[in-house]
Design a protein around this ligand. Structure first.
Ligand code: FES
Length: 106
């Protein structure tokens, strides 16, 4: 199935198995990754599942909707490759993907 590596703001790394079809947020929650809050449960309404995708992988995560863009614009640590992890369905094509976590979720 493959794996995805989450890197916390402090540098701690966590490699987790991909469960194709689950969102990146759900995989993070299921594996207890610190730094993903997901307060709205995946409804694209809170912005607390913000992640920063490694440059080499951003295209693999698919398109950003207008709603997601609006939420990301309110995120203090927004970067060029920021995404809301609840809006990214995972697939085996993401084997090896690297995802960084912001210092804070707001
Ligand atoms: S979990 Fe709330 S926006 Fe992703």
């Amino acid at each position: 199935m493959g794996n995805i590596t989450f890197i916390e703001h402090n540098g701690n790394q966590h490699s987790v198995d991909i469960e194709a079809g689950k969102s990146l947020m759900q995989i993070a929650m299921d594996n207890g990754i610190p730094g993903v809050d997901a307060d709205c449960g995946g409804e694209c309404a809170c912005g607390t599942c913000h992640v920063i995708i490694d440059d080499n992988w951003i295209e693999t995560t698919g398109n950003v909707t207008e709603d997601e863009t609006l939420m990301l614009d309110m995120t203090p640590e927004k970067a060029n490759t920021s995404r809301l992890s609840c809006q990214i369905p995972t697939s085996e094509a993401m084997n090896g993907m690297v995802v960084r976590l912001p210092e804070f979720q707001m």
